[in-house]
Design a protein around this ligand. Structure first.
Ligand SMILES: Cc1ncc(COP(=O)(O)O)c(C=O)c1O
Length: 367
């Protein structure tokens, strides 16, 4: 006996750890509120035990390259990262020079929800463009893609689009291609924030390469956390000739996991057998179910096309407040009384129906 603890024989529920939440309670605030998909947890356990080389030289990360090449073509290179903000910033840095700027929709996560990381950490100027639906078009890109060769203007070098968008809308493959063709004609590269790429693939019903590699996207941030991973996003380079220095940028940006096998194996669990599409299909279907239930409620107006796992709606402010005491969700636009309801891979028909009933009750009490 060495007295050394044996990790393989560790008890399932360590003493002193209790469940401190009710797993039956689900809200509609964010797909990040959901837990970890059981198949992903099982994959983490399978990757445990023994020693593996750290910092991505492990067999899981090696295999992941094949998995991503299978999805996005033989040139694809995958760089697992901890989170979406970090992955987006690594991608943008790899596509730009020190005088570069990035054209993006005003609603883009990089513009609204990354605490200025593109500016502070990546040293980039963002050129946000207001859009009606969260999507860029060639015409909208032109609002900010100008001043090439003017030393007074941060040089537009990247167009960043989000699939599905922050407003729950989904670009068609043709729309992505139009953006990419235009950006490339201008000498710019294209980054896609795919935090919810699985929801887009489920909505469009096409291979993900159709609206990424084949449409001309150069670098993709492939989302995992919102679709059942414990944590993990992946920078996927689709055109390696467009990027420089990703391994260094990932480390400098504090996105290099030492125990990378545990990030990589989660993506393997998600991608190997279609779990990513099954989960996203469920989340999208639950959003559709919620949409059709609330469309029947007087006083509730669905404000945006439901093309993913998000439902946006307006309803009286007083009703929003009452509902938020019963279910978690966020107000998207305070002034317009517009809310965002998100479904996740684990949202059930029962969750949706209970929420829709609560909405109808509160509207009834109000009117
Ligand atoms: C469109 C989009 N991109 C990226 C992210 C990832 O952000 P995080 O840094 O929280 O993983 C999110 C999460 O809210 C998002 O909605």
């Amino acid at each position: 006996m060495t007295g050394r603890p044996d990790p393989e024989s560790a008890p399932q529920s360590p003493a002193g750890v209790q469940r401190r939440h009710d797993p039956a309670v689900r809200g509609f605030a964010s797909d990040n509120y959901a837990g970890v998909h059981p198949e992903v947890l099982a994959a983490l356990a399978a990757a445990n035990g023994g020693h593996q080389v750290a910092y991505g030289e492990d067999v899981y990360t090696e295999h992941l390259q094949e998995v991503f090449r299978g999805l996005f073509g033989p040139a694809a290179e995958a760089y697992p990262a901890f989170n979406g903000t970090g992955a987006n910033n690594v991608a943008l840095q790899a596509l730009t020079e020190r005088w570069g700027s990035v054209v993006c929709p005003a609603t883009a996560h990089i513009n609204t929800d990354e605490c200025g990381a593109p500016e502070r950490i990546s040293g980039l100027k963002l050129l946000p463009v207001p859009t009606p639906d969260g999507k860029l078009t060639p015409e909208l890109i032109d609002r900010e893609a100008f001043g090439f060769d003017d030393e007074h203007r941060a040089q537009p070098q990247v167009v960043s689009i989000t699939q599905t968008t922050e407003l729950g809308t989904c670009y068609t493959p043709e729309e992505v291609k139009a953006v990419c063709d235009h950006a490339h004609d201008l000498g710019m590269a294209v980054h896609m924030d795919g935090a919810r790429i699985a929801n887009a693939a489920a909505t469009l019903g096409v291979e993900p390469s159709r609206f990424t590699t084949e449409a001309g996207v150069d670098v993709l941030t492939f989302g995992g956390t919102k679709n059942g991973l414990l944590m993990g996003e992946c920078v996927v380079v689709l055109d390696p000739s467009r990027v420089r220095g990703i391994p260094y940028l990932r480390k400098q940006s504090m996105q290099l996991a030492s125990k990378m096998r545990f990030v990589s194996v989660q993506f393997e669990a998600l991608l190997a057998d279609g779990l990513w599409l099954r989960s996203a299909t469920r989340a999208n279907a639950m959003a559709k179910r919620l949409e059709s239930a609330v469309r029947a409620v007087d006083g509730v107006t669905v404000t945006r096309p439901v093309q993913s796992n998000a439902v946006f709606a307006t309803l009286p402010g007083e009703v929003i407040e009452r509902l938020q005491k019963r279910f978690r969700f966020y107000t998207w636009d305070e002034a317009a009384h517009e809310v965002r309801w998100m479904c996740a891979f684990d949202t059930t028909e029962g969750d949706v129906d209970a929420f829709a009933t609560a909405i109808a009750e509160e509207m009834h009490n109000y009117s």
